[in-house]
Design a protein around this ligand. Structure first.
Ligand code: ATP
Ligand code: MG
Ligand code: MG
Length: 552
């Protein structure tokens, strides 16, 4: 095994195991809120949560953090499971925070009985106003000292349906002067008259995130509760609740790592949902989206995403990752796996004037020079070929090594040809390019190894398949769209993030390609078969160009 140095979370776990903590048990959880599709940032969390369990012989459960019925949906639950499995991970159990509503309720009742929680009838604004600042203590609520029985009765009422939303909340009674703002009597429950995707209308009072998360970890037996850095300040409260609840020595512990922020990308689920709802993208799986289903449709492999996450690592300080690292990862993975094919995006016809009409030859093409075991295939060659329009120039500069009158180039896997000129329409557009082939230059022939400076790709015209090719680029034009606070993020969308090419020509071999299969279109980039593709109408997505051509 490639012994890379351990990240700080792995070090913590190894230390705990060495010290015999938790009876040698390692248990993690991945806790998505089912209010959107997973994105590349979530993949980073998935990889550490599941990865730690795998590496140390523990278990990782999938827990849907579904305490807020407002934005949650079964559609999201299903997609989250699909995406985790696609990344190659498997949970031990599926849990729902909503399964603990009764236990959490009972715990809240216990806190009220112990004088550690009370019902506050002030508005959210009033409560916020009394919070104070980190240096100025907060103001106690006028309801803070109300009798326990009154709070118990009102808490029941909060869940009866008779209390309108916003009319009252349950708050912990901790310390209105604490230097940690989260200790200033945090809200534990609020009223929501919204049916829940699993518990229906059974509950009207719903627990807040802070009151659900740590306790859920405790109920399940989590040992290492891994989350992102913004929860550092919540950790003391996480520990406080569990200390109130625990009847034994077992404690789950929270550890925080830096969330993934990536250039030219936005990861807020709220904004991604907005892109979908306003049809600024074709859906959650639009190949420009940073969602895992979007990346999958774009041609990203699970391995490339896992390699990317590995390469950026886990630290305790926030930063911005260059999206070109993700692009590098998929290029590197597909380089090893993708068959090299010919695809002509912007075709113009090349006619070999000295090649017999009606003749067809078969040329051998190596499927992947990086992997001999992938073998080779036969590719048809004939008098009329499709080539890229920009592989011909009538008046070329000195260093142009492709087709220009008098110049020789090699047709990949076939002959060397010498350009003779072209035909143009009345507007001056080139309609046909002419060349003569040298029969001695095919592989195996005496002149096969003659050196010419340029090699271009081609597709035999009578054998070519028509295809639509979707050229995708970055969705945003600025490096940090989330950082442009004064601009509407919709104004930062890249107008050229999708260019559709409808008249492309690809080689016959691709007739058998299935949706999501990946290929390298030689000299151009990596492409995969889109889910819209059919036997009658082939559609390809550009996953990534061969080289990083993004202009800084
Ligand atoms: P949003 O704030 O957009 O709703 P979220 O962080 O609340 O996103 P969750 O569904 O709660 O989304 O996230 C599940 C897990 O994934 C959490 O542990 C969270 O810390 C982690 N996570 C979310 N976004 C990122 C990110 N960009 N990088 C790393 N981990 C992330
Ligand atoms: Mg959220
Ligand atoms: Mg969250």
């Amino acid at each position: 095994e490639n012994k890379k140095s351990l990240n700080f979370i792995e070090q913590i776990v190894e230390n705990d195991l060495k010290e015999g903590k938790n009876d040698g048990r390692v248990q993690t959880r991945f806790p998505p809120e089912p209010n959107g599709y997973l994105h590349i940032g979530h993949a980073k969390a998935v990889c550490i949560d599941f990865g730690i369990a795998e590496r140390y012989g523990g278990i990782c459960n999938l827990r849907f953090d579904d305490t807020n019925p407002v934005k949650e949906d079964v559609e999201y639950v299903d997609s989250i499971m699909e995406d985790i499995q696609w990344l190659g991970f498997q949970w031990k159990n599926v849990f729902y925070a909503s399964d603990y509503f009764q236990q959490l309720w009972d715990f809240a009742v216990q806190l009220i009985r112990e004088g550690k929680a009370y019902i506050d009838e002030q508005s959210a604004e009033e409560i916020a106003r009394q919070k104070g600042t980190p240096t100025v203590p907060g103001t106690p609520s006028p309801y803070r000292e109300r009798p326990v029985q009154e709070s118990l009765d009102l808490f029941q009422k909060m869940n009866s349906g008779d209390v309108p939303e916003g009319k009252m909340v349950l708050r912990a009674k901790i310390d209105m002067a604490s230097s940690n703002m989260h200790f200033r009597d945090p809200i534990l429950y609020r009223v929501l008259h919204i049916p829940h995707h699993r518990t229906g209308t059974a509950w009207k009072a719903y627990p807040m995130y802070d009151f659900a998360h740590g306790q859920s970890d405790y109920f399940e037996g989590v040992t290492h509760s891994i989350c992102t850095l913004e929860f550092v300040v919540h950790r003391p409260l996480y520990d406080w609740f569990i200390d109130q609840l625990a009847t034994d020595d077992y404690r789950p512990h929270q550890y925080e790592f830096n969330r993934l922020n990536m250039t030219y990308t936005m990861m807020s689920k709220r904004k991604l949902l907005q892109l979908v709802q306003e049809k600024l993208v074709s859906g959650w799986d639009d190949p420009r989206m940073p969602t895992l289903c979007g990346l999958r449709r774009r041609g990203y492999t699970p391995q490339s995403i896992r390699n990317f996450v590995d390469s950026i690592g886990y630290t305790k300080y926030d930063g911005m990752i260059d999206v070109s690292l993700l692009e590098f990862a998929v290029r590197e993975d597909l380089n090893k796996k993708a068959v090299r094919v010919s695809g002509v995006i912007d075709p113009v016809k090349l006619i070999l004037t000295n090649y017999p009409e009606g003749q067809t030859e078969e040329m051998e093409a190596i499927n992947n020079p990086e992997d001999e075991s992938m073998g080779s295939r036969r590719v048809k060659f004939s008098r009329e070929l499709w080539i890229e329009r920009d592989d011909f120039m009538e008046d070329a500069p000195r260093k142009y090594f492709r087709l220009t009158p008098g110049n020789e180039v090699r047709l990949k896997n076939a002959y060397i040809v010498k350009c003779a000129g072209c035909k143009k329409d009345e507007n001056g557009n080139v309609t046909e390019v002419y060349a003569e082939y040298d029969p001695q230059t095919r592989s195996g022939m005496p002149e096969a190894n003659r050196k010419v400076k340029g090699t271009i790709h081609w597709v035999s015209a009578p054998h070519a398949l028509d295809a639509e090719v979707r050229l995708y680029d970055r969705l945003f034009i600025v490096e940090d769209p989330a950082g442009e606070k004064e601009k509407d993020f919709r104004e930062l969308l890249n107008p050229d993030s999708l260019i559709v090419k409808k008249n492309c020509k690809v080689e016959e071999y691709l007739a058998g390609a299935a949706p999501l299969d990946s290929f390298q279109f030689q000299r151009i980039g990596y492409f995969n078969v889109d889910t819209d593709s059919t036997g009658k109408k082939l559609v390809f997505n550009r996953t990534v160009a061969l080289k990083d051509s993004w202009k800084k």
